[in-house]
Design a protein around this ligand. Structure first.
Ligand code: PLP
Length: 480
């Protein structure tokens, strides 16, 4: 009889087979390398606007974590949090189960009574931007605060920062939460100056902008808190997932963790007890002295943790992230170059502070500031002179199997939930100006992919499909 295999041998064999299986089963999902054969049939091969890019590393990491069967957030989660924080250069990153949860937890943390006078209270006004993703705004309302919508610029897609002063009401305005739209850093100088001047909290929704820089510094590092999403279309994925980054103020870490973890006062990680060395030595609220700290609650919290399996997958994605970000930038520039002949009818997104795009690069305004987006997508705006409507464009792309999306919720105040609330007064909000930019984004734009799985032939097909719609001579669209 042969000796039964040891645990280590079995594990090694399982993981070897998993890698072998993943290479066969998921071959089409790996990051394409230059020179890899490109199998693409125009009109038949789908061109997704986004998607998972992974290989045997992620599948092995997920299975290895499952074999360990820790399940809830544990060693992989702690390692991911450390590695993400180090990559961003922030004090802490705290994993949650989505970008929406990250926004909710980040915002809720700022309502903690532990912040004294600085805490956000019901009725406080919070400035945000009209066009974007709904869960950037929802936490404001969910916490009883009042969203104050300013407009977006329809070319950068970011806040019209000149409206910040119009939105500000002394004694009422207490925070700003806004996204770096489609990866384009907002005007960080204007927003951080404004927040500093009026002593406001700033939450950067960095869910679509991992790897973007403003004046050479990564976005997600300018506010008090920032947030990430790791849902599959995003720059890295773990299926569902997100993170709250604590940029400088170490005191916010425990508040973020408390809201993520049921509202508890205790900060022991999963599987550990008595980190504070006085587990049975606290007297809080009206509880008896010595009540178990593990079950003492200082906040009305949630449970928004992901699993360790997700974190294990995310760690592998993090290692690949520089190549992912480079591919996104490359794809954006390929599309921009190919679509340039259609500039008479189509506008394209510009990085904040850029004034124009040329083959040689961007030209910049006189501010001296620069932004370098890690593009989430490639925005196309059908301008008013176009003989083709945005709807025609979306339908044509769709028929050619080219994935395209509108800018999430468009002008959010026109979404049923906000439109109804304006009528019924279900919750208060304030709108600054006419939101014409947000309406233009809602009516005239869509975006196609820049995700790292997209290749040259797919970019050329996107451009050719659009050119065809305008009956542009096909030789106007030159493959690079
Ligand atoms: C700007 C922005 N914030 C938040 C989210 C929410 O992230 P999740 O889908 O992980 O909840 C998204 C989703 O794409 C987003 O685009």
């Amino acid at each position: 009889m042969p000796e039964p295999a040891s645990e280590a041998e079995l594990r090694a064999e399982i993981l070897r087979l998993v890698r072998e299986y993943a290479r066969l089963r998921h071959a089409g999902f790996a990051l394409p390398a230059a020179g890899d054969p490109e199998e693409f049939t125009p009109g038949v091969s789908p061109v997704p606007y986004a998607g998972r890019v992974f290989d045997a590393d992620e599948v092995e990491a997920g299975v290895a974590s499952l074999l360990d069967f820790w399940l809830t957030l544990g060693p992989e989660g702690e390692a991911f949090e450390r590695e993400l924080a180090a990559m961003l250069g922030v004090r802490n990153s705290i994993l949650v189960n989505s970008g929406s949860s990250a926004n909710l937890v980040a915002f809720s943390a700022l309502t903690s009574p532990k912040l004294g006078n600085r805490r956000l209270k019901p009725g406080d006004e919070v400035i945000t931007v009209a066009a974007g993703f709904p869960t950037t705004v929802a936490p404001i309302v969910q916490n009883g605060c009042v969203p104050v919508f300013i407009d977006n610029d329809p070319i950068t897609l970011n806040a019209r920062v000149e409206q910040l002063d119009d939105a500000y009401v002394p004694g009422k305005t207490r925070a700003v939460i806004m996204a770096h739209t489609l990866g384009n850093p907002f005007d960080v100088t204007a927003v951080t100056d404004f927040c500093r001047r009026h002593d406001l909290w700033l939450i950067e929704d960095n869910c679509d902008a991992l790897g973007s820089t403003y004046d050479g510094t990564l976005t997600g590092t300018f506010g008090d808190l920032s947030t990430q999403s790791f849902y599959p279309p995003h720059h890295i994925t773990m299926g569902e997932g997100g993170a709250v980054n604590v940029v400088r103020n170490a005191g916010l870490k425990l508040l973020v963790e408390s809201f993520r973890d049921w509202g508890r006062d205790c900060w022991c990680p999963s599987g550990k007890d008595n980190t504070c060395n006085k587990r049975f030595g606290w007297q809080l609220g009206e509880l008896p002295e010595g009540y178990d700290h593990k079950y003492i609650y200082t906040h009305l919290g949630y449970n928004l943790k992901p699993t360790d399996v997700q974190a294990a997958i995310g760690r592998k994605q993090l290692q690949k992230f520089p190549a992912f970000a480079a591919a996104r930038r490359r794809n954006w520039h390929t599309l921009r170059t190919l679509l340039d002949p259609l500039s008479e009818w189509l506008d394209f997104q510009l990085p904040t502070h850029a004034t124009a795009w040329t083959q040689a690069g961007f030209t910049w305004d006189s501010s001296g500031h620069r932004s370098d987006p890690s593009w989430f997508g490639f925005m196309i705006r059908v301008n008013p002179g176009s003989p083709v409507s945005r709807k025609d464009l979306a339908v044509a792309l769709d028929e050619a199997k080219i994935g395209n999306r509108m800018l999430f919720g468009g002008n959010l105040v026109r979404q049923p939930v906000f439109a109804q609330a304006r009528k019924t007064g279900a919750f208060p909000m304030r709108i600054v100006g006419d939101l014409a930019g947000a309406d233009a984004i809602m009516n005239e734009t869509l975006f196609v992919g820049t995700y790292p799985g997209l290749r040259e032939a797919a970019c050329e097909f996107i451009a050719a499909t659009i050119a065809n719609l305008y009956r542009c001579p096909s030789d106007a669209i030159q493959p690079r």
